[in-house]
Ligand binder design. Structure first.
Ligand SMILES: *Cc1c(COP(=O)(O)O)cnc(C)c1O
Length: 404
């Protein structure tokens, strides 16, 4: 064989005895076939076979298999982001004239997709109160195809009574989709509570290092595989094996990272709760939280993310006070090793329910830094907020923020 041909062809080497723990990164667009007959019948390989890089490689299949097993589903699709997973979980099942019901506290880009694109395509979009399954019962129609849930709700953490919502939706022939990013499959398993589709922003806790974007869609029933797979294919959507490999690596430490972050987050939430400038801490594992009983009934644990509602007056100083932080970084997204603080606007992202607090609330994501140093940072923030608000807290109860 000529040198030029040898440069192109891949020589066979033995893999006998090579048993690595890490998952190989298999990069591929083209997948070659043994013979002409195998090529001609490639369409019959189904969703489990390999036919083209876009439809999967052993690297992406490994990540999909891990998620399918943890979620208790039958198949998983990977998408280039968590929001892409939400969009591609809903789109295959909707046509003009259909109706979708969406939890009022769903991830804002999902609301936006519904209000902008689904409406443009002729889908009727309606939102429901996440804390009132009766609202789903009264709004559901014959034409409802999907009831879209997120539990707990983005930023404000309302927990849904998923089994009740599932019962109502299924009685009317609608599918139930759940964005499970906050809990991850370790702390909540929506499919086991009757949901048909679960999505995860793997970008957050599962990958865990703030350096990759990915999402997943896992389905409970095999009949849902084809509609999703074929739409994803027609839209030309896939993920790179390199990115999948990063997520697989992060996944191996998810258990210990999540347990650590949830413990520290709950401890901080408890300590912050009594502060005079704090109206409410929104964390489902707090006994004081309105939906605590539902969380306790259905969830296996909490997460490293929660929000703080300050008094009206203090809330106007939240953004400026973030400059007092030395360990927390200021930024969106969450679930990485670095703790993050982000002021979040609430009012503009709901339409079926009323928000009675100040528009800006503070979301904290607890990472893996020393928890004592992180707490000192929270104290600095609260003190800065207190000074800007006129010293209310230090006059009233001098050491509230310093407990623990
Ligand atoms: C971040 C997030 C998403 C979107 O994930 P991306 O990968 O950033 O697109 C979806 N749902 C929830 C609840 C999220 O927090």
């Amino acid at each position: 064989m000529s040198d030029l041909t040898q440069c192109v062809l891949t020589p066979e080497v033995s893999t006998d005895g090579f048993a690595p723990l890490g998952v190989g990164v298999h990069r591929a667009s083209t997948i070659v076939f043994e013979d002409a007959a195998a090529y001609a019948s490639r369409g019959e390989r189904g969703h489990e076979g390999y036919s083209y890089g876009l439809y999967g490689t052993p690297t992406t299949r490994t990540l999909e298999a891990k998620l399918t097993s943890l979620e208790g589903g039958v198949w998983t699709f990977l998408t280039p982001s968590g929001q892409a997973a939400n969009a591609l979980a809903a789109l295959p099942f909707l046509a003009a004239g259909d109706h979708i019901l969406i939890a009022d506290t769903a991830y804002p880009p999902m609301r936006d997709l519904a209000q902008t694109d689904l409406r443009r395509l002729g889908v009727e979009v309606e939102f429901f109160d996440p804390q009132l399954p009766e609202d789903v019962a009264s709004k559901i129609r014959k034409s409802t195809r999907i009831v879209w849930c997120e539990s707990p709700g983005s930023t404000t953490m309302e927990v849904l009574d998923l089994p009740r919502i599932v019962a109502i939706a299924h009685e009317h022939g609608a599918l139930v989709g759940v964005d499970n990013t906050w809990a991850t499959p370790l702390n909540f398993k929506p499919l086991k509570h009757g949901a048909d589709i679960v999505t995860e922003a793997l970008t957050k806790f599962v990958s865990g290092h703030s350096d990759v974007l990915m999402g997943s869609i896992t389905v409970r029933d095999a009949s849902l595989i084809k509609p999703i797979r074929s739409l994803i294919g027609r839209m030309g959507i896939g993920v790179s094996p390199d990115d999948a490999s990063l997520v697989l690596r992060g996944f191996e430490t998810l258990g210990v990272r999540l347990r650590h972050s949830e413990r520290v987050a709950l401890d901080f939430a408890r300590k912050i709760e009594g502060h005079p400038l704090v109206k409410q801490v929104l964390h489902p594992a707090l006994e004081s939280f309105s939906d605590h009983a539902l969380w306790k009934r259905d969830f296996l644990g909490s997460s490293g993310v929660f929000s703080i509602v300050f008094t009206e007056e203090a809330s106007t100083h939240v953004a400026a006070s973030l400059d007092a932080l030395k360990v927390f970084a200021i930024g969106a997204s969450w679930g990485g090793t670095r703790s993050l603080a982000a002021p979040m606007s609430v009012e503009g992202f709901r339409s079926a329910t009323a928000w009675n607090g100040p528009d800006i609330i503070l979301r904290l994501s607890i990472g893996l830094e020393d928890e004592g140093e992180l707490w000192e940072d929270v104290e600095r923030l609260l003190e800065c907020l207190d000074v800007r608000t006129g010293g209310v807290a230090s006059d009233a109860t001098p050491k509230t923020a310093r407990r623990g």
